[in-house]
Design a protein around this ligand. Structure first.
Ligand code: GLN
Length: 191
């Protein structure tokens, strides 16, 4: 299983390490050629507006769109969630939105006081113990479409991860702890 990590900007290195730790062949993706070479893709956290510009200047928008439409499994974390969502609130009007999962997310939606925080999460597919979620200026999920499955919640039931067919998104950073279970699940699940 060859898993790419979009490495234009942001938190790609830790994802590569996590994927390698669970036995995947993990490579950084910065070009359409590299994208064509992977079975699955991680879109990391970072800054969605900057990543948007780099997707355009690296000629990756259409190739990513084609692969998503063809069913390539993708894991979008934080800024990756924003890029994949069908609706972005408080985004920049010119930022790329792949519209690959029917959710509305608000950029930096946890507000100033909660700019960064950690919290235990229940991730349905993983069972106990809880996953420690690291949130950094995280997007907040404000609407979940009918075809979308909620796969993780905070203790107060707030939605922090969703899946629609081949598209999985988390508002937290699963690569920033030593818990490899979510990456293992992404790599081993049949989509
Ligand atoms: N707030 C960032 C954005 O708008 C996302 C933050 C992150 O990925 N840690 O892209």
């Amino acid at each position: 299983m060859k898993v790419g990590v979009l490495a234009l900007q942001g938190a790609s290195a830790r994802h590569v390490a996590m994927l390698a730790a669970v036995g995947a062949a993990a490579i950084e993706v910065k070009t359409p050629e590299r994208l064509a070479d992977v079975d699955r893709l991680v879109m990391p956290g970072g800054e969605s507006t900057t990543m948007s510009k780099l997707l355009v200047s690296n000629d990756l928008v259409e190739p990513v769109q084609r692969r998503l439409a063809a069913g390539m499994p993708v894991l979008g974390t934080c800024a990756g969630m924003i890029l994949l969502a069908s609706e972005v609130l408080d985004g920049r009007s010119d930022q790329i939105d792949f519209g690959a999962i029917d959710i509305s997310v608000r950029r930096n939606g946890f507000g100033r006081q909660l700019e960064s925080f950690e919290a235990d999460l229940t991730v349905d597919a993983l069972g106990p113990p809880p996953v420690r979620g690291v949130f950094i200026r995280a997007p907040r999920v404000e609407r979940v479409g009918a075809g979308v499955e909620v796969i993780a919640r905070l203790a107060d039931d707030e939605v922090v991860a969703c899946r629609q067919e081949n598209v999985v998104v988390t508002s937290f950073h699963p690569e920033l702890t030593d818990d490899t279970r979510l990456h293992e699940w992404f790599v081993t699940t049949a989509f």
